[in-house]
Design a protein around this ligand. Structure first.
Ligand code: UD1
Ligand code: UDP
Length: 376
C-alpha cells in the first residue's frame, strides 16, 4: 500500500486537486488517500471543499485575519511537521505555489517524506512577481521528488534548473480537468444557476458583461487603486456594460474595491462565487479582466479574451497565442485595452479564439498512471 497525503490550503488548490483526489480515490488499492487542509483560507476553502464533496481527514485551521507571510509560514511548517511525524505518509501531494505548498514541502523534507509537486515548473524569472509565489514554487521544486509539469514550457524551466529529466512528467494542468467537468455538469443546471445569480441581483441579460477578479499581493495599495479607478472610468464610458466583480476576501482587496467602486450603478460587486457559478459566468462573459493564475488558464479554453492585470506571467502560452494580454495594474493601460476590446470587433475576434495550451482534461488520469508505473 502507498499512503498518499494531499496537503492543501486555498481555493485554487481545492479546485485543481479535486480531480486528482477523485482519480486516486476511484482507483483505490494500492493507494490509500488522505487529505490535510491547512486552512490557509477558511471561507474560500470550505466553499470549494463543499462543492467538490471533499471531507478533510485533518484540518489544521491556521488562517488568521490579515495574516503575514512569515507567521503563516511558521504555523504551517510547525503544524504539518507534527502531522507528518505522526502519520508518516509515503508521499505528500502539493499543488501550485501558495504558502501552504512551500511550507508543507519543507515540512515533508524535514521528515524525509517524498513530495509530488503538481503544476511544477511555472516561472516568471522575477522573484518579486508574483510575490511570494515565484519563490514558493522554486522552494517546492528544490524539495520535490516528482515534478508534474502542466506544459512543455514548464518542463524546460525545470530542466534549466538541473532537475533530472526522469523526475519530470508533462501532464497538462488539472485546472482544465476541473473546468471541463464543471462545464459539463453546468449544462444540466443552467436555469438553477441563473436563478441563483438573479437572486444575487444580476440581470438576465449578461451579453455585455466584463468579469473581473483580483487579489495579488504585488498589486496591494497603488495597484488596486489604479485597477478600481480604471473600472470606475470604464463603467462611465460604457454604461451598456455590466462590470461584475466577485471580490476576494482579503481585507487588502475588500477595502479599496468597496471604497472606490462600491457605488457605481453598472459595477456589481459580489461575494466570492462557487465554482459552478463562476464557470457559468466565465462562459457568459464578453471578456475577463484578472490577475488570477487559474483564470488565465481557464479563459483561453472557453474562448474568452483575458486581460491580465500583471506585468509578468508564468503562463506565457496564452499570451503567445494572442488570447491573453498583460496590461499591468495601470489605470490608463487597463482602460485603453478594455476599450479596444469593447469598441473594436476585429480586435475582439482576434483574441476570442478558443485555444487549449494548458490541458485536455486528462491530467489527473496521467498523474494516476505515473504513480501506478512508479509502484511497479
Ligand atoms: C493566497 C495565495 C495566493 C493564491 C490565493 C488564491 C499565498 C501567499 N497566497 O492569497 O498565491 O493565488 O490565495 O486565492 O499563499 N481571507 C479570509 N477568508 C478566506 C481567505 C482569505 O478572510 O477564506 C483573508 C484573511 O484575512 C487572510 C487574508 O485574506 O489573512 C489573506 O489570505 P492569504 O491566504 O494569506 O492570501 P491570499 O491573498 O488569499
Ligand atoms: N473562482 C471561483 N469563484 C470566484 C473567483 C474565482 O470559483 O469568485 C475560481 C476560478 O475559476 C479559478 C480559481 O477560483 O479556478 C482561481 O482562484 P484565485 O484567483 O483565488 O487564485 P489563483 O489561481 O490566482 O492562485
Amino acid at each position: 500500500m502507498a499512503n498518499l497525503l494531499f496537503v492543501l490550503g486555498t481555493r485554487p488548490e481545492v479546485i485543481k486537486l479535486a480531480p486528482v483526489i477523485a482519480a486516486f480515490r476511484a482507483h483505490g488499492a494500492p493507494f490509500s488517500v488522505q487529505v490535510c487542509v491547512t486552512g490557509q483560507h477558511r471561507q474560500l476553502l470550505d466553499q470549494m471543499l463543499n462543492i467538490f464533496s471533499i471531507k478533510p481527514d485533518f484540518d489544521l485551521n491556521l488562517m488568521q485575519e490579515n495574516q503575514t507571510l512569515a507567521s503563516l509560514t511558521g504555523r504551517i511548517i510547525n503544524s504539518v511537521n507534527d502531522l507528518l511525524a505522526r502519520e508518516k505518509p509515503d508521499w505528500i501531494f502539493v499543488q501550485g505555489d501558495t504558502t501552504t505548498v512551500m511550507a508543507a514541502s519543507l515540512a515533508a523534507y524535514y521528515n524525509n517524506i517524498k513530495v509530488a509537486h503538481i503544476e511544477a515548473g511555472l516561472r516568471t524569472g522575477d522573484k518579486y512577481s508574483p510575490f511570494p509565489e515565484e519563490i514558493n514554487r522554486r522552494v517546492a521544486a528544490c524539495v520535490a521528488d516528482l515534478h508534474l509539469a502542466p506544459t512543455k514550457w514548464a518542463r524546460q524551466n525545470l530542466l534549466r534548473e538541473n532537475v533530472g529529466p526522469e523526475k519530470i512528467h508533462v501532464t497538462g494542468n488539472t485546472a482544465i480537468d476541473a473546468l471541463l467537468y464543471m462545464r459539463e455538469k453546468n449544462k444540466t443546471h443552467g436555469p438553477e444557476l441563473m436563478e441563483k445569480l438573479t437572486g444575487l441581483g444580476l440581470p438576465a441579460d449578461l451579453s455585455k458583461m466584463v468579469l473581473i477578479t483580483g487579489h495579488r499581493r504585488e498589486n496591494f495599495g497603488t495597484g488596486f487603486r489604479e485597477i478600481c479607478l480604471a473600472i470606475r472610468e470604464l463603467a462611465a464610458l460604457h454604461p451598456e456594460c455590466l462590470f461584475l466583480y466577485p471580490v476576494h476576501l482579503n481585507p487588502n482587496v475588500q477595502k479599496p474595491v468597496f471604497e472606490i467602486i462600491g457605488n457605481v450603478p453598472n459595477v456589481k460587486l459580489l461575494p466570492p462565487l462557487g465554482y459552478p457559478e463562476f464557470v457559468f459566468l466565465m462562459e457568459k462573459s464578453y471578456l475577463i479582466l484578472t490577475d488570477s493564475g487559474g483564470v488565465q488558464e481557464e479563459a483561453p479554453s472557453l474562448g474568452k479574451p483575458v486581460l491580465v492585470m500583471r506585468t509578468t506571467t508564468e503562463r506565457p502560452e496564452a499570451v503567445q497565442a494572442n488570447t491573453a494580454k498583460l496590461v499591468g495594474a495601470n489605470k490608463e493601460t487597463i482602460i485603453a485595452n478594455v476599450r479596444l476590446l469593447l469598441e473594436n470587433k476585429d480586435e475582439y475576434n482576434r483574441m476570442a479564439a478558443a485555444i487549449n495550451p494548458y490541458g485536455d482534461g486528462k491530467a489527473s488520469q496521467r498523474i494516476l498512471a505515473i504513480f501506478n508505473s512508479l509502484l511497479k
